[in-house]
Design a protein around this ligand. Sequence first.
Ligand SMILES: C[C@@H](O)[C@H](N)C(=O)O
Ligand SMILES: C[C@@H](O)[C@H](N)C(=O)O
Lengths: 164, 164
Amino acid sequence: REKAVTGVALADEQAKMVIRDVPDKPGVAATIFSALGENKINVDMIIQATQKDGTNSITFTLDQDDLKPALRVLEEIAKMYSGSKIEYNDQIAKVSIVGVGMISQPGVAAKMFKTLADNGINIELISTSEIKISCAIAKAQGVKAVNALHKAFELDTVRQPQLV
Amino acid sequence: REKAVTGVALADEQAKMVIRDVPDKPGVAATIFSALGENKINVDMIIQATQKDGTNSITFTLDQDDLKPALRVLEEIAKMYSGSKIEYNDQIAKVSIVGVGMISQPGVAAKMFKTLADNGINIELISTSEIKISCAIAKAQGVKAVNALHKAFELDTVRQPQLV
Ligand SMILES: C[C@@H](O)[C@H](N)C(=O)O
Ligand SMILES: C[C@@H](O)[C@H](N)C(=O)O
């Protein structure tokens, strides 16, 4: 059986921002990301889960260097949606496992989450694609996480972050 | 300049499930996905955004056919975490845009969100990787969404869903 996971990647100069309690209606995500795009702010992960009581929150990660300009953009946006709030944290690391074989093996995500848990690492964000699972964790735990995942998935050397 | 987006994909036999208000501490995600894995339930997207007041919610998508077995698993899990609740919706479509050129162009996500908004389509979930942006929307709007995105990103034919 091919190895489900062929690489582990770490990006530890990240920050996360959340705009909470925006209306859950068409056009809101477009407004937020158009404003960020016009200000040339490069966003990494965009994560929005299920709405509650008609409002929703959108979380995204970006380079630490872009945090201040992004905050200025979001503060303008928040004025448009009364009740919305902005939160951020600039001590984030993104750790990812990648591999084409993942799709057919349901236990891979569980193994990643369990490896992080066994090392006392809390998962702050989760985002997945067919061949990649990414978790945002505290920046201080980035290296410990990568080493633990390496061991758990029996990989030899740290692979260069792949384009996935 | 290369086309940022080279394909649009649609999966419209999906369901989404949410386990709300679980403790935001290490081990919880591992418990949930180990149980799903042991029951051979294949999960597609896993989305967890930022916690609030020490609790968090985890949303995931899966084939409609797996909804009932997954519900049985989650109901057992929910007993372990008092205050947690399960919600689901089996009328979901996942629409994705893919393309290697996206990474360097911040406006691509905004354009996708705006195209959906202009067609009156509400975005229920968002999940991204470096070369793919996926949105969960109402199943009934799946085909309209794919056609609108096709036109917006000037693509000729619908590409087969890519492994990204
Ligand atoms: C919250 C936001 O994503 C909204 N549902 C939209 O479609 O823009
Ligand atoms: C909510 C859940 O993801 C928790 N933070 C964990 O690490 O398992």
